[in-house]
Design a protein around this ligand. Structure first.
Ligand code: BGC
Length: 737
């Protein structure tokens, strides 16, 4: 089929005209059909095919297999009255068949080029299988590692999150949406879902406007600027209004303020969940509330299908509102070239999992690894010194688990595990023995301890692979306690008593609280769920073939009780300091109230996280010299250049993420203690020094005030530059309007 032969497509050169012409020929039922997305089923389902034939479906999600997709498309194109092609959607979150690290891990790379490349690979592989649209990037800012979906998020910072989202959108959508290997992206979940109370998925969200505007919305606004094709609403409510029927979000902010011209889709069943929320009385009112709030397409449930026509004929919803939604949906179909090329021919694409794809996965996996501890420079391991290496732990050799959450199509057989990679590397260099020790991360069965301890006793160096399997994070997989699950800590403790050199590698979908475990190991490498090529990436960093260069995209709490703890919190009237903090162990008997500093901390865990946002070690130390500013005052149209010299003081090459933070000293609202505003990832050879420059612009100084207006207020500011959010080098400057 070709566009020219489609009888209902006008020959107008103007896209909007073409769409209008098509809409003018559609029945109300066919319009509502375009606004309905149905779930596919394994094999081909007659009911679904009939609905497509009747023009009742605009999009299908989660149908897999290019042949089946082409067949569904054939029914839409050849057997439905108007022949409007379907748009096929899938959750391609961090890879299709070749898996990149989980998004939180990708964010830890702070390398936007690699993130974009990873999304490009995912798009090519997904498009080869007939997918046109991914439900990614997920750009929900979150401060709660209990929430299983932190694995999917870019972490706690609006600036880093925005950059990660933008890089993914560029990667998925490619140069032009009409390219055969471009897929439409979807910014989700709009908005506030990352603040689900107590980190429990689908719970309620209490979010002030100040937090919404200054922390949650920026990444979505940036996604619009990057040209994201679609938006997905969230499952949660915000202060009593479910996101799927949130007029202010979907109309005032998204359309009027940001001028978004793509379409919005609900989350799975989230339209009919308005009834469960107690916000809508029945499906008719759920359809009414969400569509009139600005929702264009309903995912999975069918309240639009059964009710929108009546709502229009009874005059409750104007047909212009329906036309507008259909216009947006058809526009994307035209932009993707679906009218011209509705079918997918995999032969026209490179095979999935090819060398380039695996290399991209390996590069990003290597840069996502964060070195959190390295006492006595235990890492990199020296293969000339090691004679006997023990590899221990439930996650050392499990390809499936290292892929992480949302890996519908990830190919387990392609996964190279750490054990396989280290074994290959060891060959004639040193001996290697392996013991799993524990059947799973969460088992309470200690029978494997005997073997693990005997392997560890034999070795001179022990590398342990612990953490969480993929099932312990992701959607609906939340934990109240983020300690290492099961008896992993006990096994590490037993091994530590043997007095060997130990390295702990954690593979997990979230930050774990490692306060008790940390002293038991010489080195700690955080690997997240690193994807298909996690094994070689970890091996390269352990043995110094690559530099560790990841930095934390989220603060690591000392305990679950510290949550939420994040670096960019507002300034308290009684801030804690090392001087005022009194640990519970140091409170004298019969202490008076005043003997404990009255500032903002916990008696047991203090006021700092275990590891701060932005933190990560290299194999060499970096020294930061003083900051130099090009001026002390910035005006409305001006800029200030910040210059800082860095020196790699060690013998290893490093990739340092140089981070710039700013604080507004006095403002009309209490402002964060500091906020990340820019970063650069740079390479430094041993002993090399380098000048790094940043430009401060007035828009880096603004915020949404108590009336939700964007303001840049005159006054004093402070800038810091350093290797994490505790950066010490700082300077003052002023903004004058
Ligand atoms: C998730 C979405 C996802 C959708 C479709 C929902 O349960 O919240 O993020 O895109 O399912 O699979």
């Amino acid at each position: 089929m070709n566009e020219k032969s489609a009888p209902y497509i006008s020959q107008s050169k103007d896209l909007n005209q073409k769409i209008e012409d098509l809409i003018s020929q559609m029945t109300l039922e066919e319009k509502v059909g375009q606004m309905s997305q149905l779930a596919g089923h394994p094999g081909l389902d007659d009911r679904l095919m009939n609905s497509i034939r009747n023009g009742e479906v605009g999009s299908v999600l989660n149908q897999v297999g290019v042949q089946d997709l082409n067949e569904l498309q054939r029914v839409a194109v050849e057997e439905s009255r108007l022949g409007i092609p379907l748009i096929f959607a899938r959750d391609v979150i961090h890879g299709f068949q070749t898996m990149m690290p989980i998004p939180l891990g990708q964010a830890a790379s702070w390398n936007m080029e690699l993130i974009e490349k990873g999304a490009r690979v995912s798009a090519v592989e997904a498009a080869r299988d007939g997918i046109h649209w991914t439900f990614a990037p997920m750009i929900d800012l979150t401060r709660d590692p209990r929430w299983g979906r932190i694995a999917e998020s870019p972490g706690e910072d609006p600036h880093l999150g925005s950059e990660v989202g933008r890089a993914m959108i560029r990667g998925f959508q490619g140069k032009n949406l009409s390219d055969k290997d471009s897929i439409a992206a979807c910014a989700k979940h709009f908005a506030g879902y990352g603040f689900s109370e107590a980190g429990r998925d689908y719970a309620f969200v209490n979010l002030s406007d100040s937090e919404l505007y200054n922390f949650v919305l920026p990444a979505f606004k940036e996604a619009v600027k990057e040209g994201v094709a679609t938006f997905m609403t969230g499952f949660s409510d915000i202060n009593g209004i479910p996101a799927t029927a949130h007029k202010r979000l979907l109309k005032s902010i998204l359309r009027e303020e940001w001028d978004f011209d793509g379409f919005t889709v609900s989350d799975w069943d989230s339209v009919v969940q308005l009834i469960t929320h107690g916000f809508a009385e029945n499906e008719e009112s759920a359809a009414y509330l969400s569509q009139s709030a600005g929702l264009d397409m309903e995912m999975a449930s069918r309240s639009f299908h059964f009710n929108l026509c009546n709502l229009v004929t009874s005059g409750k919803i104007p047909v212009t509102s329906i036309d507008q939604s259909v216009q947006r949906i058809l526009k994307l179909k035209f932009q993707l070239g679906l009218f011209q090329t509705p079918y997918t021919d995999p032969e026209l694409f490179p095979v999935s999992g090819n060398e380039d794809h695996l290399r991209a996965a390996e590069e990003i996996a290597a840069e996502s690894l964060v070195l959190l501890k390295n006492d006595f420079d235990k890492l990199p391991l020296d293969s000339d010194q090691i004679q006997k290496l023990a590899v221990i732990g439930p996650l050392a050799d499990d390809g499936f688990e290292q892929m992480g959450t949302w890996t519908f199509d990830g190919v387990e057989d392609w996964c190279l595990t750490p054990l396989k990679s280290i074994r290959k590397y060891a060959l004639d260099k040193f001996e290697l023995r392996y013991s799993k020790g524990l059947k799973t991360s969460r088992t309470k069965d200690r029978t494997g301890f005997i073997d693990a301890l005997s392997v560890a006793s034999w070795a001179d160096t022990v590398v342990m692979f612990m953490g969480e399997e993929s099932i312990l994070s992701g959607e609906a997989h939340c934990r109240a306690n983020i300690d290492l699950p099961g008896i992993q800590h006990e096994l590490i403790e037993e091994i530590s008593k043997l007095g060997k050199s130990t390295v702990l590698v954690i593979m997990a979908g979230r930050p774990l609280s490692l306060t008790q475990t940390l002293p038991l190991t010489n080195a700690l490498l955080y690997a997240w769920h690193p994807g298909t090529m996690g094994g070689p990436a970890i091996k390269d960093v352990l043995f110094g073939l690559k530099a560790p260069s990841g930095k934390l995209p989220v603060s690591f709490p000392k305990s679950s009780g510290q949550i939420p703890i994040y670096y960019n919190h507002r300034r308290s009237g009684k801030p804690a300091s090392h001087e005022t903090f009194t640990h519970i162990d140091h409170i004298p008997a019969r202490a008076a109230q005043t003997s404990v500093g009255n500032t903002s901390f916990h008696l047991d865990d203090g006021f700092e996280p275990l590891f701060p946002f932005g933190f990560g070690l290299g194999f060499s130390k970096v020294a930061y010299h003083d900051i130099e500013l090009s001026g002390r005052t910035i005006t409305k149209d001006g800029t200030i250049t910040v210059c800082i010299e860095l020196i790699n003081q060690g013998q290893h090459m490093i990739h340092e993420v140089v981070q710039l933070y700013i604080r507004d000293n006095v403002a009309s609202s209490t402002r964060p203690v500091k906020e990340l505003k820019a970063f650069q990832k740079i390479k430094l050879n041993p002993q090399e020094s380098r000048q790094v420059e940043f430009t401060i612009t007035p828009d880096m100084l603004g915020f949404y005030n108590s009336e939700n207006n964007w303001v840049v207020e005159s006054g004093d500011f402070r800038v810091w530059v350093g290797g994490d959010s505790n950066a010490r080098q700082s300077a003052k400057f002023q903004y004058q309007d």
